[in-house]
Write a protein that binds this ligand. Structure first.
Ligand code: HEM
Ligand code: HEM
Length: 180
């Protein structure tokens, strides 16, 4: 007997919530450089930013199995079925989330490579390869884009979380339970 599943597969639920933790960590750690810069505390800015890179690279790493698993997965239906406008909006926001989860960390990596800065992982001491040759102009552009698109991603996440709560509290459907 195979019952239709009422939740996302465990693998996708695990990746969803691990991504949440990694994005929140990256967001908190992204600010450390500016604040420490203001106080002129160069020592701690050197120690905190690599953890921003680690958190961001975890986001990137989780995206690869996620997309493969998502394509193969049977996504459990939302009950009661949302109207077509809601379903289409959800699709667009999810696609945008995936695009930004890919673009923002890649732009972070590109920014370091264009700046000629090594991407060193703390603890492991590994140095990841540069994606491109140094280029000061491209460094400026990717730095700006990384910050701006990072902030757009935060906005999308706020919208996404509001929608999840709206489904759960106002519409009282099973959207959120499927992801828990
Ligand atoms: C989901 C993942 C990521 C998010 C949401 C994110 C977001 C941000 C944001 C918002 C800033 C601007 C902070 C500020 O100036 O106040 C920033 C800075 C920075 N990020 Fe990321 N980032 C992510 C991943 C990465 C990765 C993977 C790398 C490198 C491999 C990276 C490298 C950098 C660098 C070098 C800066 C400093 C830019 C500067 O000098 O102003 N980021 N990040
Ligand atoms: C960093 C924050 C987050 C990111 C990047 C994120 C990303 C995503 C993505 C890309 C999907 C699409 C899954 C698919 O392909 O079907 C998704 C689904 C979902 N997320 Fe999030 N999410 C975040 C936070 C949250 C939070 C805090 C909640 C709960 C309050 C939540 C609830 C859900 C639910 C219920 C779904 C299933 C939606 C559906 O099947 O229509 N997410 N999330």
């Amino acid at each position: 007997m195979s019952m239709p599943s009422t939740r996302y597969p465990l693998s996708l639920r695990a990746i969803h919530w691990l991504t949440v933790v990694a994005v929140v960590a990256a967001a908190i750690l992204a600010d450390t450089e500016e604040h420490e810069g203001d106080e002129g505390n160069a020592v701690s800015s050197v120690s905190a930013m690599p953890w921003h890179y680690v958190a961001g690279l975890v986001v990137l790493l989780l995206l690869i199995p996620r997309i493969v698993l998502r394509i193969r997965a049977q996504v459990p239906p939302i009950i009661p079925t949302p109207d077509r406008f809601t379903a289409l909006t959800a699709r667009l926001v999810h696609l945008a989330l995936y695009a930004f989860l890919l673009a923002v960390p890649l732009l972070g990596w590109l920014q370091l490579s264009y700046g000629g800065e090594p991407l060193m992982l703390p603890w492991l001491g590994w140095q990841l390869p540069a994606l491109v040759q140094p280029d000061p102009q491209a460094k400026e552009l990717t730095e700006e884009l990384h910050e701006v698109l990072g902030n757009v991603l935060y906005g999308l996440i706020a919208l996404h979380v509001a929608a999840a709560l709206w489904h759960h509290i106002v519409r009282r459907d099973n959207t959120l339970k499927r992801m828990l």
